[in-house]
Design a protein around this ligand. Structure first.
Ligand code: UD1
Length: 345
């Protein structure tokens, strides 16, 4: 394949580029080197275009000679406050729209789109009495009182969290999630209009060497790592029993390259969850990292972030069954890798 990789200088992008090159594909990276992520902007060189995906002329030039696009360029994370709102829409929704518009003027019909598990909002929940239910956003007064588990919306009983499949209700709860889902919808409509093929990969919590540091947009594993490197205890929000699925960045890279190669045989639009299949509590991840650093034990603070969901854990059976993808890292090996550090662009 001859691939245009947007966001190819980011945490996930660098690993995807590495994997593509190792597999013998040609890669052109388009990356804006956003100042909130990168400390310097390199000069362009063969295989690297320094530019913004929202700039149609730059994208048009970047698409020359390409047969497959992997679109990772995005503003990630939960955001700091509502001042981030328009930047999510611009960087993610508009960025995807400009890319798709330019693609429509070419013969390129194969796109992998980086989506996120956050499009589901709260994960799957079952009530003993009412079966599968969809709890709404958690109430501030419940969170203030330390009631972190969302109750059954019908009877208020405690719920059992489960695994979401790709067919689950989509319920984005913050600007990032809304912009990622919007990108999926735009890509699906582009595929219908052009006869193109899109695979949207809904990534779980990605960690590993090269994770961004010291930014409010970093994932929790990177935040805990930075605290431990300063000799501080990781600060665990809520009661630490909220669940996520942590997936190593190299396993993500394999999922991306496999799904890109499979696009010619895919339907117009397919969503795939990408997770390790092993659920962890945030408290357990903090404890494992503290041990790996021989650092202070985590502190459970009871603090909360309004945009956070309680549990989000998904089934990646579709990706495994359809493409034969299998994650190679368990959390212990993966965290050791994170502690050992990583390369930069
Ligand atoms: C993360 C990603 C999001 C991705 C999603 C996929 C980030 C910032 N967010 O969202 O881009 O789409 O996974 O599933 O990478 N927490 C603490 N202490 C802290 C910070 C966070 O306990 O100092 C807790 C949070 O309250 C939350 C959990 O850790 O319960 C995970 O937070 P975070 O890493 O921000 O990830 P998600 O919100 O799951």
């Amino acid at each position: 394949m001859r691939v245009l990789l947007t966001g190819g200088a980011g945490f996930i992008g660098r690993q995807v580029r590495h994997q593509l090159v190792a597999e013998g594909h040609e890669v052109v990276v388009l990356d804006s080197f956003r100042p909130d992520v990168h400390t310097h902007k390199p000069a362009p060189r063969p295989g690297l275009i320094v530019g913004d995906v929202r700039d149609g002329a730059t994208v048009a030039a970047a698409l020359d000679g390409i047969d497959t696009v992997i679109h990772l360029a995005a503003k990630v994370g939960l955001g700091v406050d509502l001042d981030d709102l328009d930047d999510y829409v611009s960087s993610n929704s508009l960025g995807t729209a400009v890319l798709l518009r330019q693609l429509a003027h070419t013969k390129i019909r194969h796109v992998v789109y980086a989506s996120s598990m956050v499009v589901y909002g709260e994960g799957r929940y079952d009530c003993d009495q009412h079966g599968q239910v969809a709890p709404g956003p958690r109430r501030t007064e419940d969170l203030e009182a330390g009631r972190f588990e969302p109750p059954c919306p019908i009877c208020g009983a405690q719920l059992r969290p489960g695994l979401v499949a790709e067919s689950a209700l989509l319920d984005p709860r913050n600007a990032y999630a809304a912009s990622k889902l919007n990108g999926e919808h735009l890509a699906a409509s582009w595929a219908r209009e052009t006869g193109g093929r899109v695979s949207a990969l809904r990534f779980h919590n990605v960690y590993g060497p090269g994770m961004p540091r010291n930014t409010p947009y970093a994932g929790v594993a990177a935040i805990f790592r930075s605290m431990l490197e300063r000799g501080e205890a990781p600060r665990v929000f809520e009661d630490g029993r909220q669940r996520r699925d942590f997936i190593h960045v190299r396993d993500i890279a394999t999922a991306v390259t496999m799904s890109a190669a499979a696009l010619p045989h895919q339907p117009a639009f397919t969503a795939y969850n990408v997770g390790s299949g092993t659920m962890q509590t945030i408290g357990d991840v903090a404890t494992a990292l503290s041990r790996a650093y021989n650092g202070p034990a985590p502190v459970v603070t009871g603090q909360y972030r309004l945009g956070d969901v309680r549990h989000i854990t998904a089934s990646s059976a579709r990706l495994k069954d359809t493409l034969g993808w299998k994650p190679a890292y368990d959390l212990t090996t993966g965290l050791a890798d994170l502690v050992a550090g990583g390369h930069r662009w």
